[in-house]
Write a protein that binds this ligand. Structure first.
Ligand SMILES: [Zn+2]
Length: 255
């Protein structure tokens, strides 16, 4: 059986039987792959840690076409992102991005741009101590682009105006000025501040994202917008559990 080697991020790691584990890994070269690790449960001397969720690993497995569960061979740890593990808000931000990839991509659907974007996001959350939500929103902007439904943030998608932006069309992914706001179910009201925040995040790099100062009202509106937008475009998607959890974590201090 051919051995396949690629690097990947562990999206999920769960116990399977008394001794084994199933890893769900988002790989650079094969997309999301499920791997059975015999004898891989914690405490086993063969695997002294390293197969935990959110670890970046270099992975070898026995690849068989059209098989749902592949067999593990070996791995090397590339990065365990120790920077964000101790902080609830940053850890859940990272988990929410992993869950987004898990829920929004099909098995073995290669998406290298999405992979590179996820790595950049995890590195930023690992290194930046403040405002992880800005990195999350920047990531969600990048992810939807690589999932095929990017937002057009430049200006009003009808007239090119950059002033008085008042609405967003979930269907087209375009923003609309007050004059061109349409009355149809996919159009929702947004504030100019929300639009400006997302516009900044789309243009900056990951390390600069936390410089954007956002109040909790706008923050909640941005979260709602992403939720509606992803649910609109990904068939069968329900709000990921980690997204719900973040609403309790992010804005508590200001209430
Ligand atoms: Zn317009």
């Amino acid at each position: 059986m051919p051995i396949f080697q690629t690097e990947g991020i562990v999206l999920q790691s769960r116990n399977f039987s008394e001794t084994s584990k199933i890893l769900v890994v988002f790989t650079r070269d094969k997309g999301v792959v499920s791997i059975l690790v015999k004898g891989g449960r914690k405490g086993n001397k063969k695997f002294p840690g390293g197969l935990e969720t959110l670890n970046r690993i270099d992975l070898q497995y026995y690849h068989k076409q059209a098989r749902e569960l592949q067999n593990f061979k070996s791995f090397d740890l590339i990065d365990s992102f120790q920077g964000f593990r101790e902080n609830l808000s940053r850890l859940y931000t990272a988990l929410s991005l992993a869950e987004t990839v898990l829920r929004c991509t099909a098995s073995e659907d290669q998406n290298e741009a999405l992979y590179i974007s996820l790595i950049a996001a995890l590195e930023a959350i690992d290194q930046q101590e403040s405002s992880p939500w800005t990195i999350r929103w920047k990531s969600l902007l990048e992810f939807c682009k690589y999932l095929g439904f990017g937002m057009a943030l430049e200006d009003c998608s009808k007239c090119g105006s950059k002033s008085d932006i008042a609405a967003f069309d979930l269907q087209s992914g375009g923003f609309l000025c007050r004059k061109h706001t349409e009355n149809k179910p996919s159009v929702i009201n947004v504030s100019g501040e929300l639009w400006g925040t997302l516009r900044f995040l789309a243009q900056c790099n990951y390390s600069a994202a936390p410089r954007m100062n956002v109040n909790s009202t706008t923050g909640r509106r941005i979260e709602t917008l992403f939720k509606q937008y992803y649910l609109y475009h990904i068939p069968g998607l329900k709000t990921p559990e980690s997204w719900k959890k973040l609403q309790e974590i992010y804005w508590v201090r200001e209430e």
